[in-house]
Design a protein around this ligand. Structure first.
Ligand SMILES: *Cc1c(COP(=O)(O)O)cnc(C)c1O
Length: 339
């Protein structure tokens, strides 16, 4: 099977398992796990922030961060296709009492002026905007990367209005590799970030919330309240440390494979290869004979797994566990089904 459904399907490498097996551990709820403490310090420093907090999932990291920047009854602005809007089960409303208003789906092609125009100042009885959330890279936006210039314009708008800026950086590693932007430059633009170790970086579990020391101290309380306080979790933090050391630069290989796959499928009219910037390849099946579930089912029968995201949109994702042969196989199978 060539599994291209998501970059979450990777399995820890032997070297990663070795790092996990030999990790020093302690009770992290007591603050006693040296590996977790070291990982949190490393990631905070990477993004130029004061502190970071290890969390079990990207969803929990996002939800903690949103609660840090938006008080109950406050408003979050986000894209209609954002992960925090579409894939977190209404967590902002249920867990944080947060009201969310969305701008229309534009993927990574944000329009800072249009977003700035949506910001509502405090004033009874309107709902005050307290934060804006963006996603880098953009998942439903086909792995698109928002440019540094656009993010800077958005930061200015947020500063002018006095609202916070959160980055759902589950795949910020891919943006760093695609656009050669240092992590600290991204870090300087956001009040809070969430980053995932278990997507393209290949760790089995783990995300972090990044921010000021004051906010991360509060994040620790929120994490425990959500049931995310973990004990000898250094075995997982060690996987994250290993991933940061060995699996960031190599993302360029995943990007090249995604581009090669997109170029091979472009003649079938389902993808524009030039738009594929990172490891996600969205397939637009509007004009195709097969819809997304049918294409996914037919490909699965031939040993290639892809994801049906919407009735007419499928997604192919490259990652650590797919090599050139796997991509050749996917090109052959998908090409036959699409022709
Ligand atoms: C995967 C993902 C997350 C976090 O997902 P979990 O499955 O909870 O780890 C958050 N944001 C984006 C954009 C993602 O793709």
């Amino acid at each position: 099977m060539v599994d291209l459904r998501s970059d979450t399907v990777t399995r820890p490498t032997p070297a990663m398992r070795e790092a996990m097996a030999t990790a020093e551990v302690g009770d992290d709820v007591f603050g006693d796990d040296p590996t977790v403490v070291a990982l949190e310090r490393q990631v905070a420093e990477l993004f130029g922030h004061e502190a970071a907090l290890f969390a079990p999932s990207g969803t929990m990291a996002n939800q903690i961060a949103l609660q840090l920047v938006v008080p109950p009854g406050g408003e979050l602005l986000a894209g209609a296709d954002a992960h925090v809007v579409t894939y977190e089960l209404g967590g902002a409303a249920v867990l944080g009492g947060i009201s969310t208003r969305t701008w229309p789906s534009v993927g990574a092609a944000l329009e800072p002026d249009a977003i700035a125009a949506m910001i509502r100042p405090p004033g009874y009885p309107s709902v005050p905007t307290r934060a804006i959330a963006v996603e880098q890279t953009h998942n439903l936006g086909g792995g698109g990367v928002t440019s540094l210039a656009t993010l800077r314009a958005l930061r200015e708008a947020a500063d002018t209005a006095g609202v916070a800026l959160h980055c759902d950086g589950a795949r910020i590693w891919h943006a760093h590799v695609a656009d050669a932007v240092p992590f600290a430059e991204y870090g300087a633009l956001f009040d809070t970030l969430s980053v995932c170790l278990s997507k393209g970086l290949g760790a089995p579990v783990g995300s972090l919330v990044v921010g000021s020391a004051e906010r991360i101290a509060q994040a620790r309380v929120l994490r425990k309240r959500l049931g995310g306080g973990m004990r000898q979790v250094g075995i997982l933090a060690a996987a994250g440390q290993h991933a940061l050391e060995h699996h960031v630069a190599r993302l360029a290989e995943d990007h090249a494979r995604a581009r090669r796959l997109a170029e091979a499928l472009e003649p079938y009219g389902v993808v524009q290869a030039a738009k594929v910037r990172t490891n996600l390849v969205p397939l637009d099946l509007t004009g195709a004979a097969l819809d997304a579930p049918s294409l996914a089912a037919a490909a699965a029968e031939r040993g290639v797994l892809i994801a049906a995201m919407l009735p007419r949109t499928a997604r192919v994702v490259t990652h650590l566990d797919v090599d050139d042969d796997g991509i050749d196989e996917a090109i052959k199978v998908l090409g036959e089904l699409l022709s």
